[in-house]
Design a protein around this ligand. Structure first.
Ligand SMILES: *[C@@H]1O[C@H](CO)[C@@H](O)[C@H](O)[C@H]1NC(C)=O
Ligand SMILES: *[C@@H]1O[C@H](CO)[C@@H](O)[C@H](O)[C@H]1NC(C)=O
Ligand SMILES: *[C@@H]1O[C@H](CO)[C@@H](O)[C@H](O)[C@H]1NC(C)=O
Ligand SMILES: *[C@@H]1O[C@H](CO)[C@@H](O)[C@H](O)[C@H]1NC(C)=O
Ligand SMILES: *[C@@H]1O[C@H](CO)[C@@H](O)[C@H](O)[C@H]1NC(C)=O
Ligand SMILES: *[C@@H]1O[C@H](CO)[C@@H](O)[C@H](O)[C@H]1NC(C)=O
Length: 494
């Protein structure tokens, strides 16, 4: 009996793997893999997650050796990056050459990493940076491409710069895409950069976020953020084109800005696009699902924008996983961009393959968790402790991720006691369940009873084990992995 079950399991895994290997995502679709989290899944688990879901392209934000080790041998094409804080340094050609040697050449072997792009900086001209990287970016771009060329990779690997969509706009007096132009303070830099990209045969990379158009702008017509909404109450009509979604309008504003300086056909890669699921009233699973559904349908149909209707567009979703240490300066939604949760569970069905049938993505396999226990408010705490409690909750939240507690968020309906428990737990988990992390001056206790933490839509999480431990535990998780593979195989078969 046991043997037969095991055999069936093996068969199911084989079927699942064979089928999954055959189904790739929509042509040109990639995903951003960010790592700003207190706990990371082992790189091999992450690489498997990418492969199981058919991703053939990935974008990362550095060239971290651990991440690269996960990608090695997978055949997944990678965009790796020089972070903003290294731009000035690689303005020195010798440093650029070292960067390429250590982060490109080192992985250029059979079974290494299939690097296709080097992103030089990340949104370096963002208004919030006040010009800090304006002068360093183009010299860094030139040096990295030159070093790639000199090392013999120039034809295959292109240096590009992912810019934020705030580097261009239309004048308030004529707010239509065809009036697009680069922002005054970076217009000269953008022109230099674009001229260089054109010469080296590289694309311009841009991050476009319809969610951000909606966020913090109560007058923004909600439907215009999606791909299925029809024209907003006052349609954006531009030279006979009716723009029905902000993504198209935004992309074509860039096309027009490029045309204005003589590079109207420069290839454009979408470096980031996506929708968060928590941390704001519009950051919800239903909205995210609606956004991705429209976006993926569009990509599957190979339909471009009005100004580039037939362009095959390369798009990197943002992002793969939730990241609990991302800065929340732009908003609490920042830690909830994942199409997977922090532990690799899919959040909602997606039609990644463009088959016309959304399905739950394949979850991460072999995830090892910390023990099932939580840190909660001590039941003996009374209203007399209110002051101390507030201080301790404040401490917990300033050292961990309480972004789900806000108004309209997944844990926004908790009462004060629930809030305190949530905060204590998220801190305790972030600290790897260290005993000392669940004291809070005697206001907190550890519980192993999940009834203490059942809060409906609000999840009291248990963190994943540190990567090193989890790697060794893959075997122990085989039964779980098998169940997941069977489910995955069934999903593919239906
Ligand atoms: C290679 O990339 C890593 C990770 O981003 C970085 O820490 C390192 O400094 C880079 N190497 C060189 C020689 O610049
Ligand atoms: C862009 O590059 C192409 C091919 O290298 C070249 O033929 C063209 O003249 C360039 N465009 C401009 C405006 O410089
Ligand atoms: C664009 O919208 C306007 C106003 O709603 C409408 O009159 C016109 O027929 C539309 N044009 C196209 C090409 O759909
Ligand atoms: C719970 O915490 C959030 C975030 O700190 C706060 O906005 C909310 O008012 C709190 N709710 C209660 C009932 O204390
Ligand atoms: C509540 O119980 C803890 C032990 O779990 C103790 O340290 C603390 O003093 C108690 N607090 C009150 C207010 O009784
Ligand atoms: C909470 O976890 C359950 C199962 O673990 C999941 O189905 C649910 O979507 C999660 N909710 C949130 C808000 O993450």
């Amino acid at each position: 009996m046991a043997a037969a079950t095991a055999w069936r399991c093996v068969a199911a895994v084989v079927v699942g793997v064979v089928i999954m290997a055959a189904v790739a995502v929509v042509d040109g679709l990639g995903v951003n893999w960010g790592t700003m989290a207190t706990h990371r899944l082992p790189p091999k688990v992450m690489a498997r997650l990418l492969k199981d879901n058919g991703f053939k392209k990935v974008k990362i934000f550095d060239a971290d050796a651990t991440t690269m080790s996960g990608l090695a041998g997978t055949g997944i094409e990678a965009m790796i990056a020089v972070p903003n804080d290294m731009l000035a340094a690689v303005g020195d050609y010798g440093r650029a050459r070292e960067w390429v040697k250590e982060n490109v050449t080192r992985y250029s072997f059979d079974g290494g990493v299939d690097i296709r792009y080097v992103a030089v900086g990340n949104e370096p001209f963002l208004k919030a940076y006040n010009g800090e990287f304006d002068r360093a970016t183009v010299p860094a771009l030139r040096n990295i491409q030159r070093a790639l060329d000199e090392a013999g990779y120039g034809k295959r690997i292109k240096a590009t710069v992912p810019v934020n969509a705030d580097v261009y706009d239309s004048p308030a007096s004529n707010p239509v895409p065809s009036a697009g132009r680069f922002r005054d303070d970076v217009a000269g830099t953008m022109a230099d950069m674009v001229r260089f990209l054109n010469r080296s045969g590289a694309p311009l990379t841009v991050n476009i976020y319809p969610f951000l158009s909606l966020y913090g702008n109560d007058d923004f017509p909600l439907d215009y953020a999606f791909f299925d909404g029809g024209p907003p109450p006052r349609p954006v009509v531009d030279n006979g084109i009716n723009y029905t979604n902000v993504f198209d309008a935004n992309f074509d504003t860039l096309v027009s800005a490029l045309k204005r300086i003589g590079f109207g056909s420069l290839p454009i890669v979408i470096g980031e696009v996506g929708w968060p699921t928590d941390g704001d009233k519009h950051a919800t699973v239903p909205y995210a699902q609606r956004f991705y559904s429209g976006l993926l349908k569009r990509l599957a149909a190979r339909r471009g924008t009005p100004l580039r209707p037939r362009a095959r567009i390369e798009v990197y979703l943002f992002g793969l996983m939730d990241e609990d240490t991302k800065s929340v300066a732009p908003g609490n939604f920042e830690r909830h961009w994942g199409i997977f949760t922090f532990d690799g569970r899919p959040k909602f069905p997606l039609d990644l393959r463009g088959a016309g049938r959304p399905a739950m993505p394949v979850p991460a396999k072999g995830v090892k968790y910390l023990p099932r226990r939580w840190c909660v408010l001590n039941p003996n705490v009374t209203d007399d402790d209110a002051g101390r409690l507030a201080d301790n909750v404040g401490y917990a939240c300033s050292h961990s991720d309480c972004t789900a507690l806000g108004y309209g968020c997944s844990c926004g309906a908790l009462d004060a006691r629930g809030n305190a428990s949530y905060a204590f737990n998220v801190y305790y988990q972030a600290q790897g369940q260290a005993d000392a992390a669940c004291d809070f001056q005697g206001l907190a206790v550890v519980t192993e009873d999940d009834r203490d933490v059942a809060q409906g839509a609000c999840n009291f999480s248990v963190q994943v084990a540190a990567a090193a431990l989890a790697g060794a535990a893959v075997a122990a998780a085989a039964a779980v992995a098998c169940a997941a593979a069977v489910v995955a195989a069934l999903l593919v078969l239906v």
